[in-house]
Design a protein around this ligand. Structure first.
Ligand code: IVH
Length: 791
């Protein structure tokens, strides 16, 4: 790239490049340079403009900030009114529309003997956002406006300038001197999720759907807020024009695309109404997979001459129609909230609704996820609620219609007892998780404590145990599990292996062959891999991936079931909560019994074996100490400790005197450490963790520990200064050396400790300056005695 030195020329060059990259990125979705390179171009342009503000142009990419906040929007008169569309909800209405078009154009209608003349239609999805008009004068964006009532709208020029795929300047050539582009401003599904994630993290209100989010973002008086929202623009037509344009709808859209505007990627030309209906079906099938929400498709007569001939009726064009998809949202009444008990005992609320048709399906239940969601929605029984069905997803309660709340609305209370087995329902506050720099509370879960004595949990546990990704027992469907549990034949997964032919054939729907097949299938699945078996146990929070990880890392059921939570957290991706769940599961007596029975009744685990070599020796002593979260001892403190003491035992045994000799180990850390290990139960527990890490082969390799066995001060450099009374400095030196220390003549940052007697001068000053620990003679004596030196 040749760089023009003249700033004015360089600014023009940069603007061209940046516009091109913006177009590639936001319109074509084909970025051609890395973000960093783009940022460099952008910053260079900004720097030129800052140095010479007279070089700034209104269409410069740096001017995508919409200006200062407004106190109110101005009004805009639409020279060409912004109209709405007539709707068709079924095939017949579409055929009627096509017939009206052909009659209006005097085209042969076609009858039993003769095919009619087909009309060309421009087909596009009907985006669910807001209609917006953009006015370009001589290729420059000069105004943006909302539709308003169709005749007058609001001036949102500042806001539209912040939308990334709206060109501030048209590309190419041939555009009319005055061109009003019309289209939809919307937020993609992904943009909507990200926006709501951000709102949740910031603790602010979330948006109910992408349309509301787009509307709320566009109607901001402060364009910098609009700028922070993931708005996009897609154009579908034109308004005022002064100049030439192609003579078809599709032709115009292609020109708009060439001038840098985004048009729908789904744009198609259909010939005749049957192709329109095919298009409707095709888009309908792909609706869920599209990156944005649509509520139908729009058909427009393609020939502009025909459009003019057909004209308008009231406020709708006779040449266009919206073929709508069935509504995804409906309003209905919340009759009750019931509680379901899942496999892990989680008690979750389910909305029972007055049945309502949503997109052709009767909906009478909707998911409420958890009690936090009930609270967030502010839901009460009797409320009118907006429910939404998206594709095959379970319907969701989106919103309460507050103004319709009846006087006798009742609060939603979590039951104290399990609705299935009557055992207590326990509330567990989920541990706060950190996401980025923020701490997010994950709320509470409610669990029935009945475990496998609760029929709901038992059924789910067995369904999970036999499922395809677990033990994969063929032919043991939900209905059969239900019978096995209800008849009392099975009260744990291990009981499956005791079933007899007589018992099975007595069940409803079983005959000779089917009974034999079922028993055969149960016997066939007796040699699962360790990973499948762990997954099949249904440990809360342990999905297939975690099960595989446990199997791969620890290699045997024995190790997995005995692993302490503090050891499990060393496995990649296992956090404190999951570690706790795994440990608690195996610690429970009932689970131990069931596992024991499974093994006794013939389950033979495959792939049991060694520890993963990746894991072995992956832990350093400093890491281990850091993870203990000893008050005052963070990572660097732990590193300093381990540099002085090579073993956990030595660290636990260290007295205040030895701790004092640890370089730059603060007093707070010293007392934190001593208090932490003052508790003997704690010491034992920590030693157990260490032992288990060693047993599992995950223990740190400690080359230094090997070298310094019996040499408590090895690797340390000491300095003696001033006069000593008990012995000469030479004797003191010998004692220190007998413990492995090196004794040097001068103090440096590497000095471990200085022993200072009366009369000490510059060496003591230097030690203080470098924060090197200092001991007096008494301190030295105690240390020597402690390490068994006879004086
Ligand atoms: S054409 C005279 N095409 O639907 C033609 N509208 O119900 C006017 N819309 O206000 C609009 N996608 O906000 C047209 N491909 C599309 C559309 C579309 C969404 C919206 C637009 C309009 C409303 C009409």
């Amino acid at each position: 790239m040749t760089q023009t030195q003249d700033p004015a020329a360089r600014a023009i060059e940069l603007r061209e490049q940046i516009d091109l990259h913006n177009h590639r990125y936001y319109v074509l979705d084909e970025p051609s340079i890395p973000d960093a390179e783009y940022d460099r171009l952008f910053n260079e342009l900004r720097a030129i403009e800052e140095a010479s503000p007279d070089l700034i142009t209104p269409d410069s990419p740096t001017q995508r900030v919409g200006g200062a906040p407004l106190s109110a929007f101005g009004t805009v008169t639409h020279e060409v009114p912004m109209l709405s569309l007539g709707n068709a909800f079924d095939e017949q209405s579409m055929r009627d529309f096509d017939r009206r078009v052909r009659e209006g154009l005097d085209l042969p209608a076609g009858d039993l003997f003769e095919a009619g003349q087909d009309v060309e239609y421009c087909c596009e999805p009907k985006l669910d956002g807001l209609a917006v008009s953009l006015l370009y004068e001589n290729g420059q964006l000069v105004r943006g406006a909302t539709r308003g009532d169709g005749s007058t709208g609001e001036d949102i020029s500042g806001n539209v300038r912040t939308i990334r795929n709206v060109p501030l300047k048209l590309r190419g050539q041939g555009w009319p001197t005055l061109l009003e582009v019309r289209g939809e401003v919307f937020i993609s599904k992904a943009g909507f999720e990200a926006l709501n994630d951000r709102a949740r993290e910031a603790g602010t209100k979330t948006f109910a759907n992408p349309r509301n989010a787009a509307a709320g973002s566009l109607r901001q008086l402060d364009p910098s807020i609009t700028r922070s929202r993931p708005l996009e623009f897609c154009c579908y037509g034109i308004g005022q024009v002064d100049g030439d344009l192609p003579d078809t709808q599709v032709g115009i859209l292609h020109s708009l695309r060439d001038w840098g505007l985004s048009i729908s990627r789904e744009l198609k030309l259909a010939v005749g109404v049957d192709q329109c209906l095919d298009y409707y079906r095709d888009i309908g099938e792909r609706r869920a997979a599209l990156g944005y929400e649509i509520d139908g498709v729009v058909f427009k007569v393609n020939q502009l001459a025909y459009q003019r001939e057909l004209g308008f009726r009231a406020r709708e064009p006779r040449w266009a129609i919206a073929h709508k998809f069935p509504a995804m949202e409906e309003i209905t009444e919340l009759l009750d909230v019931e509680f379901q008990v899942g496999r892990t005992g989680a008690v979750t609320p389910v909305a029972r609704l007055r049945p309502v048709q949503v997109a052709g399906v009767t909906v009478s239940n909707a998911s409420l996820h958890n009690m936090d969601e009930v609270k967030r929605l502010g839901l009460m029984i009797g409320d009118s609620v907006i429910i939404r069905r998206a594709g095959d997803v379970i319907p969701q309660v989106m919103q309460v219609v507050a103004e319709r709340r009846p006087a006798d609305a009742k609060p939603v209370d979590i039951p104290q007892q399990c609705p299935v087995c009557g055992a207590d329902v326990e509330r567990t506050q989920l541990v706060k998780r950190t996401r980025g720099r923020e701490t997010v509370s994950e709320g509470a879960v409610y669990r029935c404590v009945g475990r496998l004595t609760c029929q709901a949990q038992l059924k789910q546990a067995i369904i999970h145990f036999v499922s395809r990704r677990a033990l994969d027992i063929d032919g043991l469907g939900e209905k059969i599990v239900e019978q096995l549990v209800n008849t009392g034949l099975v009260s744990s997964p291990a009981d499956l292996y005791l079933l007899t032919y007589e018992q099975v054939i007595a069940l409803e729907g079983f005959a000779e062959i089917s009974s034999k097949n079922l028993l055969g299938a149960i016997q066939d699945c007796k040699e699962p891999t360790l990973a499948r078996f762990i997954y099949a146990l249904g440990i809360p929070d342990v999905g297939e991936e975690t099960a595989k990880l446990l199997a791969r890392s620890l290699g045997s059921l024995a190790r997995i079931s005995q692993a302490l939570p503090e050891v499990l957290v060393y496995l990649p991706d296992v956090g404190a909560e999951v570690a706790h769940e795994i440990h608690a599961f195996f610690a429970e007596e009932h689970n131990q019994t069931v596992i024991g029975q499974l093994l006794e009744r013939g389950i033979q685990l495959q792939e049991e074996g060694d520890l993963s070599p990746d894991l072995a020796a992956s832990i350093t002593l400093a890491e281990f100490i850091t993870r203990l979260e000893i008050p005052g001892v963070a990572k660097t403190g732990a590193e300093r400790l381990t540099a002085s003491f090579n073993t956990l035992q030595a660290i636990m045994d260290a007295d205040w005197l030895e701790l004092k000799t640890v370089a730059r180990f603060t007093e707070k850390a010293q007392s934190g450490l001593r208090e932490y290990f003052a508790d003997s139960a704690r010491r034992e527990h920590v030693l157990r963790i260490e032992q288990q890490l060693k047993d599992f082969g995950m223990h740190w390799d400690s080359p230094r520990a090997a070298q310094s066995e019996g040499m408590p001060l090895s690797g340390q450099t000491w300095v003696l200064t001033g006069t000593l009374e008990t012995f000469s400095r030479d004797v003191a030196k010998e004692h220190l050396e007998s413990l492995g220390a090196k004794v040097a003549g001068s103090v440096s940052a590497k000095t471990h400790c200085v022993v200072a007697g009366p009369g000490a001068g510059s060496k003591l000053a230097k030690a203080e300056q470098l924060s090197v620990p200092v001991l007096d003679e008494q301190g030295l004596l105690k240390l020597l005695v402690k390490h068994g030196v006879t004086l």
